[in-house]
Structure formats: structure tokens, C-alpha cells
Ligand binder design. Structure first.
Ligand SMILES: *Cc1c(COP(=O)(O)O)cnc(C)c1O
Length: 366
């Protein structure tokens, strides 16, 4: 069986270094808000090209805290609207509604699965304060267009970079393509911790300082509280794991790109629509998503031949129980995407014999 993602094998590559890093934290006696987190923040800023990084507990918190901080800074208010792609992972949308703002869902481009810049202007109202661009599957959005819209209409451009560590647009990395960016280090992401983790990157010092305070009960000085904050911090053990794995991220991305290139060149089946890569974007292939009309048949067929696949995602956010108010909205492109997409195995460690086997089996599907 070729598994969708072999997390154990991925982390085994760095076993010795991970144990050493973990041991160092255990022996230091310091487990929260110490050296490892602040070193990781510096190293991740260098990697992304931003001035600042603040570690938080997970990716959802990263996005939620960006919006919360803009509220505390007087830039967003309850009831304001944020534009977000209708086909994103639900966390992007939860971060908006959790803050008492309104997610305005917009259809993606059918070919790239990314937020469609041509549909933004028709969705703007007097209450629109931001666009939450999601670099879905590892490909950056058309940031030239989004930053232009941001300037023209005075909107904050917030990136959801949870699937796109190391991806770039026009030689700038995800995390440094808008006003602020949220990252997830969930174990299955391209840069994954051995537990939960997240970060916000930005060049805005006020925003970063506000997030740091909000994530620490609203306090910058012990027992003095500026805000009704939350507890959302990146702990020392996870930061130390991430420092090890960050050193190998570019090698893993290189391997993912080789696999994706092989899939794109060699998968030849009229039923299988391959992903489209945009000009200025350098994809990091968190997921290799193809589109197949007879998806159920295709998935069963692959499984019968020992190939595990997943669907990202089977139910669009506006059809979820959690968003009952949205259940009657119509997003035909999003719904078509959710009915037809399927993710083939890809990772920073996958064996090329497996890749070749998958291509052969996919090509034989009819
Ligand atoms: C994983 C993910 C998140 C949430 O990250 P967590 O660390 O799991 O909270 C947010 N947005 C997208 C697009 C994701 O893929």
C-alpha cells in the first residue's frame, strides 16, 4: 500500500537531531517563552523575508489573532466584512466569524482553485475591510492584483499561508506578500511540528506586538492586562522541533517539485485534469490535486491498486452545519471543485518507484 503521507518516515529522517533538540529543552528546565521560540521566530523571519514572526499555538489561532489585533488597533470593527475564497479549508472562515466579523465568500478560479481577483470588486461593500487570500495547496495567489486592490480600496491583505511555507510570488515568499500572514505547523503541513504550532509573520511592528500581547492573556508585563487576551503560544519543544525541520524544508520542497513535475509530464489520461501553475508563482506542492468527473470510481480504483488518496475537501464551508446561514447560497464553481477534486500522494520523502507506479495506474484508469 502506498500511503497518502507517511509522517513517521518523514520525522524518522531527522530522528537523532530531533531527540537532541528535545533533550536540550527537557534539560533546560524552561518550557514556555524561552530561547527556542525566540530563535525559531528569528529563523522563520529570515526564511520568509519578513521583519517579524510571532509563534502561536496553531494555524487557526494565527489567523484569528491577526484579525483580533486589527480590531484592538481600531482598524476592524464588529460587523465588518472580510473577503475569503469559498473553497478554502474552513479554518480561514472560522477566524473571521470568531471575531464577530462577516466572511464574504467569493468563488475561486476553476483552473487554479485560488481566489479569483476578477470577482473581488463585485463583492466589495462599505464594510469590506480586508481580503483573506489563501495560498491553497501550496500555490500563491496572484498577489500583484490583490495588493493593487488593497491599495485602491484601503483593504488589509491577510495571507493564509498554512499550506504554502516556502512558496513564492515574483521571488517574494508567502508570509511576506501582504500585510500579515498566518502559518500552521500542524504535523502534516510542509513544515510540520510534532504536535500543534503556528505563527504570524508581518513587517508591521504594532501588529506583531499586539498579537504577542493578545496571545499571552493580553499581558506584556506580568499580572498587568491590556486586553481580554487568550493563551496561544508556541512552546519550547515544538519550537525546537521546528528549528530542526526548517533546515530541511527547502530540500523537501525540491523533492515535492520533482514529483509534481513527473506527475505533470507523465500523467496522460483524458479523465484526469492536472493542476495549472501560474506564471509568477512557485508552487510548493503541499497537495497534488487533480480533478476527475468520476471521482468515486477513480478513488476506489486507486485503492484497489494499493494507492491511498484523500479529498481536500469533500464538503464546502457554505454547505456545513456550522454555517447554516450560508447553506442556501450558490457557489457553482466551488461545488463543482468539491465534487471532482482528489489529492494524489506527494511528500518530501516519497520513493520515485512509487511515483512511477502511481502514474502507470492512473494512466490505465478508464
Ligand atoms: C491547516 C490549515 C489551517 C489551520 O491550521 P491549524 O494549525 O490546523 O489550526 C488554516 N488554513 C488552512 C488553509 C489550512 O490548511
Amino acid at each position: 500500500m502506498i500511503s497518502f503521507l507517511d509522517l513517521k518516515a518523514i520525522n524518522q529522517q531527522y530522528r537523532e537531531e530531533l531527540i537532541e533538540a528535545c533533550t536540550k529543552v527537557i534539560d533546560s528546565g524552561w518550557y514556555i517563552q524561552g530561547q527556542e521560540c525566540s530563535l525559531f521566530e528569528k529563523e522563520f523571519s529570515l526564511y520568509c523575508g519578513t521583519e517579524y514572526t510571532v509563534g502561536v499555538a496553531n494555524g487557526l489561532d494565527a489567523l484569528t489573532l491577526i484579525i483580533r489585533a486589527y480590531k484592538e488597533m481600531g482598524i476592524f470593527n464588529n460587523g465588518d466584512e472580510i473577503i475569503v475564497p469559498a473553497n478554502t479549508y474552513i479554518a480561514s472562515i472560522l477566524a473571521i466569524s470568531e471575531n464577530g466579523l462577516i466572511p464574504v465568500l467569493v468563488e475561486p478560479d476553476i483552473n487554479t482553485y485560488l481566489l479569483d481577483e476578477k470577482r473581488i470588486e463585485e463583492s466589495l461593500t462599505m464594510k469590506t475591510k480586508a481580503i483573506l487570500v489563501v495560498h491553497l495547496y501550496g500555490q500563491t495567489c496572484n498577489m500583484g492584483a490583490f495588493n493593487k486592490l488593497g491599495k485602491k480600496y484601503n483593504l488589509k491583505i491577510i495571507e493564509d499561508s498554512a499550506q504554502s511555507h516556502g512558496a513564492s510570488f515574483d521571488d517574494r515568499k508567502a508570509g511576506n506578500l501582504g500585510d500579515a500572514s498566518g502559518f500552521s505547523f500542524y504535523p502534516g503541513k510542509n513544515l510540520g511540528a510534532l504536535g500543534d504550532g503556528g505563527a504570524v509573520t508581518s513587517n508591521d511592528k504594532t501588529l506583531i506586538d499586539t498579537i504577542r500581547i493578545l496571545g499571552n492573556y493580553g499581558s506584556s508585563k506580568k499580572y498587568e492586562n491590556h486586553y481580554k487576551g487568550v493563551n496561544s503560544r508556541l512552546d519550547e519543544i515544538q519550537a525546537s522541533m521546528l528549528r530542526v525541520k526548517l533546515r530541511y524544508l527547502d530540500d523537501e520542497i525540491k523533492h515535492r517539485r520533482k514529483i509534481a513535475e513527473y506527475y505533470c509530464l507523465h500523467i496522460k489520461n483524458e479523465h484526469v485534469v492536472l493542476p495549472i501553475i501560474k506564471d509568477k508563482s512557485r508552487h510548493v506542492w503541499h497537495l497534488f490535486v487533480v480533478s476527475v468527473k468520476n471521482r468515486k470510481e477513480f478513488q476506489d480504483y486507486l485503492l484497489k491498486h494499493g494507492i491511498q488518496t484523500l479529498i481536500h475537501y469533500p464538503i464546502p464551508p457554505h454547505k456545513q452545519n456550522a454555517y447554516k446561514d450560508f447553506n442556501n447560497l450558490k457557489f457553482p464553481i466551488t461545488e463543482k471543485i468539491h465534487n471532482e477534486i482528489i489529492s494524489l500522494p506527494i511528500s518530501g520523502i516519497m520513493d520515485f518507484n512509487d511515483v512511477k507506479h502511481i502514474v502507470k495506474i492512473v494512466n490505465d484508469f478508464n
